[in-house]
Design a protein around this ligand. Structure first.
Ligand code: GLN
Ligand code: ZN
Length: 714
């Protein structure tokens, strides 16, 4: 091997997999046709990588999620899914009456994986032919590929259940069996991804990793093993891996910094010098320079290219000066190939100059403490257990078509605006009819909660085809933050005041918080993240002030990604949380006492950020929790401000019944004995834009019915 990448986007350059998945779920195509689409995408990927000159090709496809693939490969399928029509997709998305497995963020990325459930009784067996099938498929096309699998340590560390890590030895036996089968199939290399090893690990966990890789590398007849540790430095896990019999280690030299060449103990270094986490061109001279200390090097990306769009060539609308600074997946593969060639020719490169840090800016805060604000907000006249939603309403095909027509110049702005106004009126009427207490305008004018703001702020560019997989069939198009961020005019005031003019009920203004805007964008590299977030916070703060001045009494500033930018290493986390929380407080500082600030967060395991959530000092916090049982409540149980743990899992098409919601709500009230019932909010887990009205209307009606039932008992 001279050049490789750790993985490639799999959703398809035109999101072919997304379309096929959705067609399959709606029974418009069958399993065979879905498989055919997957095969076409794999074939196209390998062919393209080979054309670009990449030597070692990964086989890193997944129909939905690579973590779920690994769990299913070991037959770690909880009993309740076995009778499902399609157990794989039932685990991923649920089926009638059967909720899906939990889903959460893949390390500090915006990719979400399905959390495997592994307990003392899970019987591991090698059942999946997937890696073998793909190897055969590639061979038939003339390619030798390296199967990429989530490694056993990461799989079990990410799983939930009773002490999953205790099951590592059993799981490793199945991996060993798979290695032997791959070898019999003629496979030369296999890649086991162990990003969990770049986070803090206990001595017992490191010992477990040592045992796992001693066992796997001791397998008699096996392919060579590449263990990939990305998203940071391997740290203490490095000597552990280096002492085992594996042949190669992939190291993230971008996020993890340089390593001691001696640490490799003669193993092959798969050197991640082309970033898989951003869209900037690599400074090839600098990368070459950083490769110099090492022997036995394979040039690679820092992680899978799953996190970047396919091809910059298609972005013909971008400013040429910006375009010249960018690289998407295809361009990054070309960089890897070029670096490998230049390295082979003995070129040494030269280090790039270090960026300079800007001065810190001063920070604003809200004036009064919560009790004073709560008293001032009594003017809103809300009932106990107020019912609200998180912001977006279903984005119908009709709305999307109107937006596409506007973008393509087939619809005039006025016509589009009329369409949006009609939609807002519809959303308001639906909520009035269903009896919600705090309404939203439904966000029909927003393609995406970050992209919309990026399109209205200076310093951002947006792409046309730059889709990146978020989970399953869902993709986002992260904007590119490339310059200084400024707000030149109000962004949301017009639609917010229009919505409020239609009803006597309060309508929440809806903004995206500074951390989330940055976390879901590709961010410039020449400024520290903190400085970038502070610039965005100043811009959001201006919008909060304008909304409040326009008479909007409740403003929600979403910060679902607060946790995403969190460093993986514990000793760096507090500093991050301090400045991230401060940025949020700056962003909301413009609200007077009587303006109620809401925030929304989307993760169900809040234990590690509970302090930070409190620190945001929002008057009301809505947070995902429907899939997670009591976890959120356990973490936030002594909260004194408004709290709305989600009681409707919007990631699933399932409509929860009144009894189910009422039970959940009763559980919430029991778990929050110190919180007066007017501070307990009733809401879905997240926005409704991915659902249909057929699902949403009955579900919200059930939320209102459940809240009404419980109010009577208070
Ligand atoms: N207000 C946004 C919406 O409802 C929040 C989405 C999110 O948390 N990801 O769509
Ligand atoms: Zn959310």
């Amino acid at each position: 091997m001279k050049s490789t990448i750790l993985g490639y986007p799999r959703i398809g350059p035109n999101r072919e997999l997304k379309q096929a998945l959705e067609a399959y779920w709606n029974a418009r195509i069958d399993r065979t046709e879905l498989d055919r689409v997957g095969a076409r995408l794999r074939s196209r990927t390998w062919q393209r990588l080979a054309e670009l000159g990449l030597e070692a090709l990964p086989a890193a496809f997944s129909e939905y999620d690579h973590v779920l693939d690994a769990a299913v490969m070991l037959d770690a399928v909880p009993e309740r899914y076995r009778a499902a029509v399609d157990p794989y997709f039932a685990m991923a998305r649920g089926e009638d009456g059967l909720p899906p497995l939990r889903m959460t963020k893949w390390f500090d990325t915006n990719y979400h994986y399905i959390v495997p459930e592994i307990g003392p009784d899970t019987k591991f067996r090698l059942v999946s032919e997937k890696p073998l099938r793909e190897v055969r498929e590639a061979r038939a096309l003339g390619h030798r590929v390296r199967p990429v699998l989530v490694g056993p340590v990461t799989l079990l560390l990410l799983a939930e259940g009773i002490a999953p890590l205790e099951r590592l030895d059993d799981a490793v036996e199945v991996y060993a069996e798979l290695l032997a089968a791959l070898r019999a199939e003629g496979v030369e290399w296999v890649q086991l991804d162990e990003p969990a090893l770049v986070a803090d690990r206990t001595p017992a966990e490191l010992e477990a990793a040592r045992r796992a890789y001693d066992r796997l590398s001791g397998t008699a007849d096996r392919p060579r093993i590449l263990v990939a540790g990305y998203f940071g430095a391997l740290g203490d896990a490095m000597p552990v891996l280096a002492a085992t019999g594996i042949e190669a280690i992939a190291v993230d030299l971008i996020r993890g910094g340089p390593i001691d060449p001696g640490a490799m103990r003669g193993k092959t270094l798969v050197a991640g010098v082309v970033s898989g986490r951003d869209v900037w061109r690599t400074d090839l001279d600098d990368a070459l320079h950083r490769l110099q200390p090492y022997e036995n090097v394979v040039v690679s990306t820092s992680c899978s290219l799953l996190h970047v769009p396919y091809d910059l060539e298609r972005e013909t609308d971008l400013d040429p000066a910006l375009r010249a600074r960018l690289a998407f997946a295809e361009q990054k593969v070309a960089e890897v190939v070029e670096l490998a060639d230049r390295l082979a020719r003995g070129e040494r490169g030269a280090p790039a100059p270090l960026p300079t840090a800007p001065a810190a800016t001063s920070r604003d805060e809200r004036r009064s403490p919560y009790p004073v604000r709560a008293a001032a907000q009594a003017r809103l006249g809300l009932p106990a257990l107020p019912v609200t939603t998180i912001g977006s309403f279903p984005q119908t095909g009709d709305l999307r078509a109107a937006r596409a027509a506007l973008t393509a110049g087939r619809m005039r702005q006025q016509e589009y605006d009329d369409r949006i106004a009609a939609e807002i009126e519809h959303v308001i009427r639906v909520q009035e009819r269903l009896g919600l207490d705090v309404l939203v305008h439904g966000e029909p004018e927003r393609n995406d909660m970050v992209q919309y703001f990026a399109e209205h702020l200076d310093g951002f560019a947006t792409t046309r085809h730059g889709w990146v997989q978020s989970y399953g069939s869902r993709c986002t198009r992260p904007p590119i933050l490339h310059g200084n961020v400024r707000r030149s005019a109000p962004i949301t005031v017009q639609w917010a005041t229009y919505a409020q003019s239609l009803t006597d009920k309060p309508v929440k203004g809806m903004l995206t918080g500074p951390v989330t805007i940055v976390a879901w964008s590709f961010v410039r590299r020449d400024l520290p993240l903190r400085a970038v977030v502070e610039q965005v916070a100043d811009a959001v703060s201006g919008e909060v002030r304008d909304l409040a001045d326009a008479g909007i009494g409740i403003i929600q500033v979403d910060e679902p990604a607060l946790r995403e930018l969190m460093p993986l290493r514990r000793d760096e986390q507090q500093e991050y949380l301090d400045w991230a929380v401060q940025a949020y407080r700056t962003a909301t500082a413009g609200a007077g006492d009587a303006t109620q600030i809401h925030t929304h967060l989307c993760y169900s395991d809040a234990s590690d950020v509970a302090g930070a959530i409190d620190g945001l000092d929002a008057d009301v916090t809505t947070i995902e929790s429907a899939r997670s049982g009591g976890r959120v409540l356990a973490a936030l149980g002594d909260f004194e401000r408004g709290l709305g743990p989600g009681v409707y899992d919007i990631h699933s098409p399932r409509v929860p019944g009144v009894d189910e919601v009422a039970e959940r709500l009763a559980g919430v009230l029991r778990a929050l004995p110190g919180l007066p019932a007017d501070r307990v909010w009733v809401n879905p887990d997240c926005g409704l834009k991915t659902r249909t009205y057929e699902e949403v209307e009955p579900a919200l009606a059930n939320l209102v019915a459940a809240a009404t039932r419980l109010r009577v008992r208070l």
